[in-house]
Ligand binder design. Structure first.
Ligand code: SF4
Ligand code: SF4
Length: 347
């Protein structure tokens, strides 16, 4: 990695040039909620001022630009006694601006599944290869708990990362593409004072988290607590709506469906994001459901997030973005469920 500094005015010029030359996605206020608070989404933007880089939360993470809720995998056309298959996974080069560490680390987890996993997805790989990620740090919100999972700082996956050190931005350059994009702009090596400010900024962010979730030793507590009444307590509240998985930065379970045209001339195969909280997720042919109860399904989601993946990949799949808790209509948050589990085990 290479470290540089840039003035805020020069950074604006740099981002404006990225926006001018590329399809660009950034955080933008799209509406207000019933209490008048702004609602932000990552959407396509056409100018720097259209974005709000001081956004509070986005309901959806940037996952949806890599794993859309629904996508066509292939299309078949039948002609006489033959058939043709059409598969497309081309993506135009694009830039995503303003991505926070938890979302960048969420993409790193998805990479482990869809790039390094047993069944790499060419659709996902095409999107990753054609996306330039410009991240940035931020003051933690009231309910952010990524620090508890060591996901508050970035390590990889991004191209460029911006930290606010007062009158300038401290840039972490993590790809030759980022370096080449910056070569026409006025950047300089950080001074000793800049380095010091950057370290102070990182320390300040680390100690500003107000929500902490105790996850050390969680996989073994989960083993012990498989039959805990906690699962019924929280499962009874769950509406099985699947919202938590849809907004999650890393949930990626999906279903694949093939639809055949009534004239039997063509068909298409689609993948749709699905959720283990939905009633029929574990239902198999013949109608047997492996997880028929609400508490079974809620428990399964927590086991997948904090135990199953952690055992195979040495880290939970959750990055602590808190989106599931914010969006849950029943008020179920990972913080409350895990803290309850800690009380149960006497931790
Ligand atoms: S489980 Fe919740 S807190 Fe964890 S990554 Fe998913 S949405 Fe964020
Ligand atoms: S969002 Fe809440 S109510 Fe809906 S499935 Fe998830 S935990 Fe259950």
């Amino acid at each position: 990695m290479i470290y540089k500094v840039i003035t805020k005015a020069e950074f604006k010029k740099f981002v404006s040039s990225l926006i001018r030359d590329n399809q660009t996605i950034g955080p933008k206020q799209v509406d207000t909620d019933k209490d008048g608070r702004p609602i932000y989404h990552f959407v396509e933007v056409h100018s720097y001022d259209e974005m709000d880089l001081d956004y509070t939360i986005t309901y959806y993470s940037v996952k949806r630009f890599f794993l859309p809720f629904r996508e066509e995998l292939s299309r078949f056309e039948f002609e006489e006694y033959d058939w043709r298959q059409k598969i497309e996974y081309r993506v135009h080069p694009r830039v995503i601006i303003g991505v926070r560490p938890c979302d960048i680390n969420g993409l790193a987890i998805l990479d482990r599944i869809f790039i390094e996993g047993a069944y790499p997805s060419p659709y996902y790989i095409a999107r990753c290869r054609n996306t330039f990620i410009a991240g940035m740090d931020h003051e933690p919100l009231e309910d952010c708990f990524c620090e508890s999972l060591d996901q508050h700082a970035v390590r990889d996956v991004f191209n460029l990362f911006r930290s606010d050190i007062g009158n300038k931005y401290y840039l972490t350059i993590n790809s030759s593409k980022a370096f080449s994009f910056l070569k026409n702009f006025n950047i300089s090596d950080p001074s000793k004072l800049d380095d010091q400010k950057y370290i102070e900024r990182r320390k300040h962010i680390k100690k500003s988290f107000k929500t902490r979730v105790e996850v050390s030793g969680l996989p073994s507590f989960l083993d012990i607590e498989f039959k805990s009444p906690i699962w019924d307590k929280w499962g009874d509240k769950c509406l099985n709506c699947g919202t938590c998985a849809m907004v999650c930065a890393t949930c990626c379970c999906h279903g694949v469906e093939e639809t055949i045209d009534v004239g039997l001339k063509c068909s298409h195969k689609e993948r749709s994001l699905y959720s283990c909280s939905i009633v029929d997720f574990a239902e198999v042919a013949g109608g047997h459901n492996f997880r028929p109860g609400r508490s079974d399904r809620l428990k399964y989601r927590f086991y997948h997030q904090y135990r199953g993946f952690a055992e195979n990949a040495d880290q939970p799949i959750c990055v602590g973005c808190s989106r599931c808790g914010r969006a849950c209509p029943a008020g179920i948050t990972p913080e409350d469920v895990i803290n309850d589990l800690g009380l149960e085990t006497g931790e």
